[in-house]
Write a protein that binds this ligand. Structure first.
Ligand SMILES: Cc1ncc(COP(=O)(O)O)c(C=O)c1O
Length: 472
């Protein structure tokens, strides 16, 4: 695309060209949605893709994605009730996304991007991802006949890689993608921008409105399935949360189906571990749906490979809970032992949370955990724990409350010790407001305040209080 020209490929220069590169690589002019102040037109951006919810449903049918089953977990529900007060212990269901062609909900996010890329005449697609999304894009590119490059952070500086990440690289290759494997560091999005410029491929960003719009089918489907099966909507839907697109899309789909279930985010607690640290990169046993992504993306959604992210989870979250690594391993095994079902780590994060939250709810209520992915090879408990042990992590039974990420993994000595813990949502809301307000160049307008209320699902009083604390 840039042949014949001398192009500056320094970090500064490439990231400085981000706006132009993205416009070339997506056909989206993000500047259209800017107000010049804090607010931007989020719904305008979501609606301008040209794909309605009905279009996403139709496309996903065509490319064998979605329409995944729901299952009731009778035995895990009975176990939760043993550890609940009389009359408590909601019915636990899962929505099983592992039956998508490449094994995860991420395919809902890939279908329209790949379709749109082809429609606009791009020869291939590129995606930056540490995992399932790569396989999803590779699968759709194979199905729809486009080339595919996946840029993945795989290794520490000793070329040692997490078993799950290595497995996912292999899966992308098996599905025909070229995988650019990077070591951990800040260069992921820089490499993507450079690849986009060099190849002229489409940016199948995880954070585009094509992608997040595609996840709306998940919430929509779920609401309709419960109406059909139980004659009512669920009370609580637990979403495995990292970059926030899953929760955003699911919640928007639930709303469009008229379902007012409480939307709960769940992440594995990796507090204290830095995602960009070479030493700490391999000291975690979970590669997504953890707080290392969940908290920064919730409080600062726009630090991705697009100027404005379609994933804005604080708009939709009623509650954010964390669970410990040991608790997710425990529920993974309980799911296999009691329900005869093996599912992947990210989804089991939401199941661990649901198992705990069910105990607070009434028996006639319904809680749904999203099982967002398959399991196998590197995602399985055994390779993960062997890798953790090799990296000096202690494995213990006891009270998971005492788990220290990067130091030990504590499996609950008793199922009653499994406990979802509330994250401080107001703290996160204030952090988002602070970040967006301090980036603004002019005075804060009434439209900005209304926008920040929506961004944080809070109130004008809350937004004004945070702004006042900043002297704005
Ligand atoms: C299987 C699975 N579940 C949940 C998530 C979290 O989704 P999001 O990043 O949109 O919050 C991911 C994303 O990496 C995933 O791969």
């Amino acid at each position: 695309m840039m042949s014949g020209m001398i192009v500056d490929k320094s970090y500064q220069a490439v990231t400085g060209r981000k706006g132009d590169i993205i416009q070339q690589a997506m056909g989206v002019d993000y500047s259209r949605y800017e107000s010049g102040s804090i607010a931007f037109d989020y719904e305008g951006m979501m609606n301008d893709t040209g794909y309605t919810l009905e279009d996403h449903i139709r496309l996903q049918r065509r490319f064998n994605v979605g329409n995944t089953p729901i299952f009731e977990l009778h035995n895990l529900t009975a176990l939760a009730r043993k550890y609940a007060a009389p009359g408590k212990g909601a019915r636990i269901f899962v929505k099983d996304e592992a039956s998508n062609p490449a094994g995860s909900f991420k395919e809902r996010r890939a279908v329209a991007s790949v379709y749109h890329a082809k429609k606009l005449g791009y020869k291939g697609v590129i995606a930056a991802t540490s995992g399932n999304y790569g396989a999803a894009v590779a699968s759709q590119a194979a199905m729809q006949g486009l080339k595919c490059i996946i840029v993945q952070e795989c290794y520490d500086s000793h070329f040692s890689g997490q078993p799950e990440i290595i497995e996912k690289a292999r899966k992308c290759e098996a599905l025909g993608a070229e995988v650019l494997q990077l070591s951990v560091g800040p260069e992921l999005f820089y490499e993507v921008l450079m690849m986009l410029e060099e190849t002229g491929y489409f940016n199948a960003s995880l954070y585009s409105a094509f992608g997040v719009g595609g996840v709306e089918t998940l919430g929509w489907e779920l609401a309709h399935q419960f109406m059909e099966r139980c004659g009512r909507h669920p009370d609580v839907v637990v979403c495995a949360n990292a970059g926030g697109g899953n929760l955003t899309g699911t919640a928007r789909g639930l709303q469009k189906a008229g379902c007012s279930a409480q939307v709960v985010a769940a992440s594995v607690d990796l507090k204290g571990l830095s995602m960009a640290s070479d030493r700490q990169f391999n000291r975690k046993s979970f590669t997504t749906a953890h707080t290392g992504f969940g908290v920064p993306y919730a409080t600062d959604p726009d630090h991705s490979d697009v100027p404005r992210s379609a994933a804005r989870p604080l708009r939709y979250m009623d509650r954010y809970v964390t669970v410990k690594q040991g608790e997710v391993f425990y529920i993974t095994e309980a799911l296999a032992a009691l329900e005869g079902m093996e599912k992947g780590p990210a989804g089991n994060t939401s199941l661990a949370a649901a198992f705990s939250l069910a105990r607070e709810m009434d028996e006639d209520q319904i809680i749904v955990a999203q099982e967002t992915e398959y399991t196998g090879a590197g995602k399985h408990i055994q390779p993960q724990l062997a890798f953790a042990r090799r990296n000096g992590i202690q494995l213990l039974f006891g009270d998971p409350q005492t788990e220290v990420p990067g130091v030990n993994i504590v499996f609950p000595a008793d199922p009653g010790l499994l406990q979802a813990r509330d994250a401080d949502l107001d703290h996160m809301r204030a952090s988002l407001i602070r970040r967006q307000a301090t980036r603004a160049t002019g005075p804060v307008t009434d439209a900005d305040i209304a926008y920040l209320v929506e961004e944080t699902k809070s109130s004008p009083a809350f937004v004004r209080k945070v702004l006042a604390s900043l002297g704005l």
